[in-house]
Write a protein that binds this ligand. Sequence first.
Ligand SMILES: [Zn+2]
Length: 156
Amino acid sequence: MRYLAPTCLVLLFSIATSCSDDSSDTIYDIDSELAPYVDRFVEAAADQDRYIDLRDYSLSAHIETAADEVAGQCVSYTNGAHRIYIDPEYWVRATDLEREFVVFHELGHCVLGRSHVDTADDRGLCQSIMTSGLGECRIVYTATTRDDFLIELFDE
Ligand SMILES: [Zn+2]
């Protein structure tokens, strides 16, 4: 243990140094498991000519139980910071597209500032990733329907 202490000190120092090099005091702290989905969100936005720099949003996102029993939650603070919680139990069970859906939904709140949309098409299917999940519409988010959902999500 005694040999570990100097290493820790060096590590702390290098973190402190890199922090002080950063002139902005924004938070950007994304769990490594969530990061690929957050990156996809930025790419999907860019595909529709919306260029998002997540550092502007003081965003943190963690796989951590939220206050409510929900798959995900976006909490916006008065100081402009945003924190996303993704439920650990949901996450381990979810498919790749289900994970994408919940991460994109929460980023829709936290980054795009969108509210819930529960409109259905004539077959009763949800038309937006921003569905509350509590409305009448049914979510069918597949490789086939994904493109239409993304167009709707980033449409201004
Ligand atoms: Zn929501």
